[in-house]
Write a protein that binds this ligand. Structure first.
Ligand SMILES: NC(=O)c1ccc[n+]([C@@H]2O[C@H](COP(=O)([O-])OP(=O)(O)OC[C@H]3O[C@@H](n4cnc5c(N)ncnc54)[C@H](OP(=O)(O)O)[C@@H]3O)[C@@H](O)[C@H]2O)c1
Length: 331
């Protein structure tokens, strides 16, 4: 039998139940994967507790299996699948197609999986791919980070935060990161932040303006939401760009466009579903993340790992803001 996490009702971590549920054979255009590692993303928490954006919640089936990314071995291919064979090691990392990663085995559309080089471990792939593809969209498409830029990044010690700060630094940018506690300062600094602001004891607007000599930053990347969103505009330089990509602390209030006119700021709301809707674009982002992993851009082998059966603990830790980096499940 196949152990699978199933959620029957919106609620706390305890609503995630481990059950026997076999996904069956792959249909046309599908592969069946035996999963070796599964990434835990904050979006999984949002779906489980019902705080994902309303349009996403409206599409959520009930019951459902959470999870957006996994890596493993193909154990069966659908009748018309020619690109892959049984035994191929592949991964997927995609919000726009289908959730359901928290399982020992699952079906997935073959055109959305990609091979993983042997040099990249299962746990590193699960820790870095979904967030890495997100970060690629944020720093290579949404706002193109270049050498000499100064970036303000909220939740810099988190999963997306550590990947974005490493990659932006690699591109020649200076990263100012915020974290909520002193305990996360070293994690943020070691992952590429030149400056770390502890929001529980410092005013991040004043500190950012101070660090930038009053100019402000070129871009703000905000995955925290309501607690920092509005104030972050005061950290931007003239014509700077605010990129909102998440709301871990809660959904932002609607914005009056007049807010943008004082300094000519730009505002965009990033969604991985949009930026990876095109399969060729998604595959391109995945290949660039895998190349960056192999070039040594990211720290490897240090991700907290939980058993699939212990997923509730992983969610509790993530929600409590105690984690740094990306959490991974193994069967
Ligand atoms: N748009 C997309 O396609 C996309 C894709 C991937 C991720 N995301 C978003 O990116 C953000 C980061 O995702 P992640 O999976 O890497 O998570 P994460 O950053 O590892 O964890 C979330 C972090 O948010 C901060 N936070 C602030 N207020 C919080 C609150 N009330 N509750 C919990 N955390 C709070 C915490 O850092 P501090 O304690 O240091 O503040 C926490 O560590 C999330 O908002 C996620 O939804 C969006």
């Amino acid at each position: 039998m196949t152990k699978t996490i199933v959620v029957n009702e919106i609620g706390g971590p305890e609503v995630m139940r481990l059950v026997d549920l076999d996904p069956g054979p792959p249909g046309p255009g599908e592969v069946r994967m035996r999963q070796a590692a599964i990434g835990v993303n904050f979006a999984d928490v949002h779906y489980r507790r019902g705080t994902a954006p309303p349009h996403a919640m409206a599409k959520l089936p009930m019951p459902f299996t959470p999870g957006l990314e996994g890596v493993g071995i193909i154990e069966a291919v659908g009748p018309d699948v020619t690109e892959f064979v049984v035994g191929d090691r592949v991964a997927y990392a995609s919000a726009s197609v289908t959730i359901g990663a928290y399982a020992e085995a699952r079906l997935y559309p073959a055109d959305r999986v990609f091979k993983v080089p042997a040099a990249v471990s299962d746990v590193d792939a699960a820790a870095l791919l979904y967030r890495g593809i997100t970060v690629h969209g944020l720093i290579r498409s949404c706002y193109v980070v270049k050498a000499g830029d100064t970036v303000l990044l909220h939740a810099a010690a988190g999963g997306v935060g550590t990947i974005l700060s490493r990659w932006a630094k690699h591109l020649g940018a200076t990263v100012i990161g915020t974290v909520s506690s002193e305990a996360k300062v070293e994690a943020a600094r070691s992952q590429g932040c030149a400056h770390v602001i502890v929001t529980s004891k410092e005013d991040f607007v004043a500190r950012t303006r101070d660090i930038t000599g009053g100019r402000g930053v070129d871009v703000v990347y905000d995955g925290v939401g309501i607690d920092v969103f509005l104030k972050s505009f005061d950290c931007l330089r003239r014509y700077g760009m605010m990129v909102s990509f998440g709301q871990a602390s809660g959904m932002m209030e609607p914005v009056d466009p007049v807010l943008l006119q004082h300094e000519g700021h730009y505002l965009t709301k990033f969604s991985g579903s949009t930026y990876n809707a095109d399969t060729a674009e998604y595959r391109h982002r995945a290949s660039e993340v895998l190349a960056a992993i192999q070039q040594g851009v990211f720290e490897l082998g240090k991700h907290p790992v939980y058993k699939l059966a212990d997923v509730a603990s992983a969610h509790r830790e993530l929600e409590s803001r105690r984690t740094t980096g990306s959490l991974v499940l193994v069967p």
